[in-house]
Write a protein that binds this ligand. Structure first.
Ligand code: ADP
Ligand code: MG
Length: 266
């Protein structure tokens, strides 16, 4: 589960889906096999990879995995080289209510993942903009949380509640869950506000904040309409540069941690 990340912030529009889509693609570009999971009924991640959820919703999706115990391997599709997607469905919007009475409803994704997670080097779960049952499933199934925050006024609004939720999930279901990083998104270094928000976030979270900052970049907003990651849309954009740098930061930290672990067990 250490290699499974949940991308969570109950605020919408902070960069969760953009980060999931492009960080996963960046890590896949480094030769790792990566699975992404779309847990948002708006299916923005699915669309970002060119998978259009039709209104009749006849295709199998994460909804069937959570609701009908459909196997994950039956819904996963390859979207780019080394990069796979478990698509969302509009039906997920009803999942909170429909699963309300199911015993073990928080554990559904973790169970579904347990049989296939060894087949992937990294797994990224794009969570919806709420702390409801779907995000809870993401947190229970993950080893690490990435919290994107927008470099805007009120960036930290709601973050305390998110950290409390993470604490609760840790003590009730998932003792190894940790914050894998806070990511500054939509950063505009020419704006004084962006700078002061970045300073506040670094003061608050210290070393938990990724060194990489994702700048505001129009290519990042355009790529989803073409149904491809930023690397396919415009590999020379600042957006591609920033998500490449984030992928490298995570891979470098992980290999350093592996090295230290080997040393201490040797
Ligand atoms: N760094 C960025 N530069 C420009 N636009 C961005 C950037 N990050 C996200 N966006 C755009 O902002 C909007 C919200 O981002 P998104 O990733 O969908 O947020 P969330 O998933 O948290 O709701 C989208 O239209 C997206 O294309
Ligand atoms: Mg989203």
């Amino acid at each position: 589960m250490e290699k499974t990340f949940a991308i969570v912030n109950q605020k919408g529009g902070v960069g969760k889906t953009t980060t999931t889509a492009n960080l996963a693609a960046g890590i896949a570009d480094c030769g790792k096999k990566v699975l992404t999971i779309d847990l948002d009924a708006q299916a923005n991640l699915s669309a970002h990879y060119g998978y259009i959820v039709d209104n009749n919703d006849t295709n199998l999706s994460m909804y069937d995995v959570l609701r009908h115990e459909t196997k994950l391997e039956d819904i996963i599709i390859e979207v780019e080289e080394n990069l796979y997607l478990a698509p969302a469905s509009l039906l997920l919007s009803a999942a909170d209510l429909e699963l309300g009475g199911v015993i073990g409803r928080e554990l559904l994704l973790r169970k579904a993942l347990s049989r296939i997670q060894d087949q992937f080097d990294y797994i990224f779960i794009d969570c919806p903009p709420s702390l409801g049952l779907l995000s809870l499933n993401g947190l229970v199934a993950a080893g690490r949380v990435i919290v994107p925050v927008q470099s805007e006024f009120l960036a930290l609004h709601g973050v305390r509640q998110l950290l409390d939720t993470i604490d609760q999930v840790r003590s009730a279901y998932n003792p190894s869950l940790r914050v894998g990083g806070v990511l500054l998104c939509l950063h505009d270094s020419r704006r004084r506000l962006s700078k002061s928000v970045a300073e506040t976030v670094r003061e608050y979270f210290g070393s938990l904040v990724f060194d990489t900052v994702v700048r505001t970049n129009v290519s990042l907003a355009e790529a989803p309409a073409k149904g491809v990651s930023i690397f396919r849309y415009d590999s020379r954009s600042s957006g591609a540069e920033d998500y490449r740098s984030l992928a490298e930061e995570i891979l470098a930290n992980d290999s350093e941690e592996n090295r230290l672990q080997h040393k201490s067990t040797a």
